[in-house]
Structures are given as C-alpha cells and as structure tokens.
Write a protein that binds this ligand. Sequence first.
Ligand SMILES: Nc1ncnc2c1ncn2[C@@H]1O[C@H](COP(=O)(O)OP(=O)(O)OP(=O)(O)O)[C@@H](O)[C@H]1O
Ligand SMILES: [Mg+2]
Length: 289
Amino acid sequence: MTSARVRVETLVEALPYIERFAGHSVVIKAGGRAMEEENLKRSLLQDLVLLQRVGLKPVLVHGGGPEIDRWMERVGMQPKFIRGLRVTDEATMELVEMVLCGKINKDLVATLQSLGGAAVGLSGKDGGLLRARLRRSKGGEDLGRVGEVTSVCTDVLEGLTRQGYIPVVATVSADEKGRALNINADHAAGALAAALGALKLIILTDVAGVLGEVGKPDSLISCLTTRQAQRLLSGGKVERGMIPKLEACLTALKGGAQAAHIIGGLSPHALLMELFTDKGIGTMVVKPG
Ligand SMILES: Nc1ncnc2c1ncn2[C@@H]1O[C@H](COP(=O)(O)OP(=O)(O)OP(=O)(O)O)[C@@H](O)[C@H]1O
Ligand SMILES: [Mg+2]
C-alpha cells in the first residue's frame, strides 16, 4: 500500500473507536523513563491534544520517580521503596512536592500549551481534588508521609474538561491538617478514574506491560481478569512499581471503568495505538465476562 493509502486506512480504522469513546473521560497515567525522553514525552502530549480534539476528555496524571531520585541524589539523600511505594520522610516530602508540582507538572502544562492544547496543572490539594490520610504499609513498616486517597472531589476536573482544558495532575495531597502527603501516582490515577466514571484507565510505563517473569519481555501477559490480577498480587509475581499499577487497575474497574491498560510508553504514540487500532498492546485488565 502507498503511504497515503496507509494513512487513510488508519483514520478509517480509528473512526469507530472515536465514536465509541467521544464524550467519555479517560485517565492516562505516565511515569518512569517513558517521560524522561523529550521526544517520547512530546509524542504522548500530542496524543492527548488529539484525543481532546476528537471529543474525549483526557486527564493526565503524572509520576516523576526518576527525576525525584536524581534530585534526592544531588542533595545526598537515598531513595528507598517498600513494595513500590517511596518511603517519604519530611525532607523527601518537601523535595517530592517541589519536583512534582513545581517542575514536572508545569513543564507538562507548558509543553501541552506549546503543542496547541489548553492545559491546567493542579495537585491533589487544589479544589480538594484528592483527600487523603496516612497510609500504613502492608508489612507494618513506616512509610512516612505516604498518603492513601480517602475521597475524590471531581468538581474542578469536570469544570476544566467542560471548558476544553486538559487537567494535568501531580499527586501530592494533604491530610486534614493541611500537611503534605505523597500519593503514589498509580494509586491516585486509579482513584480518579473510579471517581470520574472514566471509560478507561491507561498506565504508560517503561516496560511493555505486566510480565509473567520480571526482566523477560517475551513473558508479557496480554489480558488479565480482575481475579487473575488479584492472584498475581497476592502470589508475589509482581514486584515494586508494578504493584500499585495493578492495584490501580482494580480500583478503576471496581469504580465502573470498562477496561484498564498497562502499556509500554517507550515507543512513540503508544497511547493512540492502544486506543484507536484493532491491535491492542500491553496488558489489558477486565472484569470477568
Ligand atoms: N511483573 C512485572 N512486570 C513488569 N514490570 C514489573 C513487574 N514487577 C516489577 N516490575 C517493575 O515495575 C517497574 C515500573 O514501575 P516504576 O514505579 O518503576 O515506574 P512508573 O510507575 O512507570 O514511573 P513513576 O514511578 O515515575 O510514576 C518496571 O520498570 C519493572 O522493573
Ligand atoms: Mg511508580
């Protein structure tokens, strides 16, 4: 096929998906190395602008693990994680908030604007978006200022999307006394997807999806039911950063999402490929049929 023909075919293939998804919220979480490389970041943000232009309501939730690690190392601090959650003492909390809300969030907003989109950046504190309390680790370890979402106030997001803005969420929130809490971005994205009644939660990361064996790309699991996902979690098959991702998928599905996807963000336009082509990529989590 000529390249012009391929392009036209691609548009035609996308049309039924666009019709099905138009008017619906889709929560997209991006993090890890997938956001580190300038070209990948721009391609993701271009995809978001396109989604919004064809009538979807995208909400971007971002992580920032690698950049936080770099800043911690610069000031002589050692990053530490327990089951995928960053142990967050007071000093780490201060730095997390500066990097996530100050630097990464504003950079994403500015890039979206430069790509022709309209974006507003906010943290979980803004408009009471994410209310949270201190999270206890499953093993009883002290995680410091790590929060778990107790409720979501979607008013501000709904107002923004209605007015044509793409909300960009940094997942820092506060306890009832107003003291900052660090909420894992996957967990926050799951809670937001549930509260918004989003059609989908899509998590972009630096591996192709959930791997049956960590480190073996050919062990990619392309589809999981919620029960299988629960079994993977309790059986210890997923580790570190993948734990909150699967938990977030379960939260989104419980809240009514049609599907939750974990996909590799290391190839350009992975998001559009997942949404608008017949060939899904990564891992899709669904409720049993
Ligand atoms: N079963 C598994 N399948 C795939 N990846 C796994 C699995 N178990 C653990 N992982 C790890 O999870 C990592 C992804 O989570 P990580 O927290 O590092 O990134 P992220 O959440 O995308 O980024 P950020 O934390 O910045 O938001 C992978 O790089 C991989 O090392
Ligand atoms: Mg992570």
